[in-house]
Design a protein around this ligand. Structure first.
Ligand SMILES: Cc1cc2nc3c(=O)[nH]c(=O)nc-3n(C[C@H](O)[C@H](O)[C@H](O)COP(=O)(O)OP(=O)(O)OC[C@H]3O[C@@H](n4cnc5c(N)ncnc54)[C@H](O)[C@@H]3O)c2cc1C
Length: 372
């Protein structure tokens, strides 16, 4: 099949490998000018570990393993450690692999077979599903093409989903929080302890990894209407959320966010669609079933989704409708489980009051004292 994949993130690259190695001819269009490497460490958990093993990448991925979560502590306003992260609650098992998002993106991109190619700086502008004739695609660059299958792997704000399934608002469930990540160029480059500091409904943190450091922010908020590509608007939302908070290192971290031309900003929102495929178009990863960063499972979902899609297309003998239905049936339980974990992630990271912060810290200390 000639397959077009929109997005060269985790889902898109995994699809390109899984589909390309099964003999399909795969084009990936990525609207960024290159691979988008930013991001805190992400986790590969559960069946996603067997999935990367099946791709022949487990050893390479393990070589990039980091232990950022083990080195992360909740701190008080003086920077003193007050509680550890509850890893037993967060992780599936000790086999989970934490690695830098950029390392995973690079490992996947390096593993692309000859049958798959990425075209940067372009995106799908329009598509018409002509049934047996395939999908006719017009790109933002003015190019056109015809494909047997189009895969929307273009993330939380998927353009493919918008074109085929309708406006994002119909499928978005806001979880009442936002996330931002800014470079912290002045921070000591040594690998040290990572700190997370809470004020009610907000957290600011400093994470060090890969020889660099980032400032991380999460905060509770009702949805704030803005264009998700408007960096200035995103910075304003972040600065407003922390207005008046000057304890610990908050002012300095906000300065770093203000200065960062590549600030990453995301809503904690999930995508819930009644079906992830329509005709010859299918969604994989955050585009179809974003579980929100608070779940810690978006990357694992992207990896299993790409695998199930490719396996089912392979098994279907050309019956793409049957393959897409089976892909969805296999992936649904994983997506539902990941999405069900996000609320507890928010409540753990963002206690709404000082009393709730103190209670969380006391509970974590007690649990850590009891741990073997
Ligand atoms: C720069 C970046 C930083 C991130 N940082 C974190 C983090 O710190 N913590 C966390 O939990 N999650 C983070 N994520 C999200 C996380 O990678 C995903 O939730 C998860 O890995 C699922 O991957 P995905 O491929 O479905 O989505 P993504 O990893 O978001 O990948 C989507 C890809 O599609 C591209 N794209 C978007 N729109 C279009 C379009 N119209 N046409 C073509 N391409 C398009 C994007 O540039 C991106 O490369 C980040 C994502 C990105 C892109």
């Amino acid at each position: 099949m000639h397959i077009l994949v929109s997005g060269a993130g985790i889902a898109g690259l995994a699809c390109a490998i899984q589909l390309g190695t099964r003999g399909h001819d795969v084009t990936v269009v990525e609207y960024g000018r290159g691979l988008r490497l930013r991001g805190t460490p992400i986790d590969i958990r559960g069946d996603a570990i067997a999935t990367v093993d099946g791709m022949g990448l487990l050893a390479r991925i393990r070589r990039h393993r980091v232990d950022m979560s083990e080195r992360t502590w909740f701190v008080d306003s003086a920077g003193e450690r007050v509680a550890p992260l509850p890893l037993a609650q967060i992780n599936d098992s000790a086999d989970d692999i934490e690695l830098l998002r950029e390392d995973l993106v690079r490992v996947l991109a390096d593993a692309l077979p000859d049958t798959a190619a990425i075209r940067f700086g372009d995106s799908i502008a329009a598509l018409i599903d002509g049934g047996a004739d395939g999908v006719e695609v017009r790109f933002a660059s003015g190019r056109t093409g015809r494909y047997d299958l189009v895969v929307g792997a273009d993330g939380q704000h998927s353009a493919v989903r918008g074109l085929v399934f309708g406006p994002e608002e119909e499928y978005t469930r806001h979880l009442g929080a936002y996330f931002a990540l800014a470079d912290l160029p002045g921070e000591a480059r040594a690998e040290g302890a990572n700190a997370v500091y809470n004020v009610p409904g907000r957290m600011a943190g400093v994470f060090r990894y890969g020889g660099g450091a980032v400032a991380v922010f999460q905060f509770r908020s009702d949805p704030v209407d803005h264009d998700h590509r408007d960096l200035d608007a995103q910075k304003r939302i972040l600065l407003d959320a922390f207005a008046g908070h000057r304890s610990w290192r908050i002012p300095e971290l906000l300065d770093a966010a203000r200065a960062d031309p590549g600030l990453y900003f995301a809503a904690a929102s999930q995508i819930h669609l009644p079906s992830w495929h329509r005709g010859r178009v299918v969604l994989v990863g955050d585009a179809g079933y974003c579980p929100a960063f608070l779940s810690g499972r978006g990357t694992s979902l992207a990896l299993t989704g790409a695998r199930f899609l490719a396996e089912e297309l392979h098994r279907s003998g050309g019956d793409h409708a049957a393959a897409l239905a089976r892909y969805e049936a296999r992936q649904r339980p994983y997506a539902a489980s990941a999405q069900s974990r996000a609320d507890s992630g928010r409540d753990r990271m963002l206690p709404p009051t000082w009393a709730a912060i103190a209670a969380r810290n006391a509970a974590l200390r007690a649990a850590a004292a009891k741990a073997p």
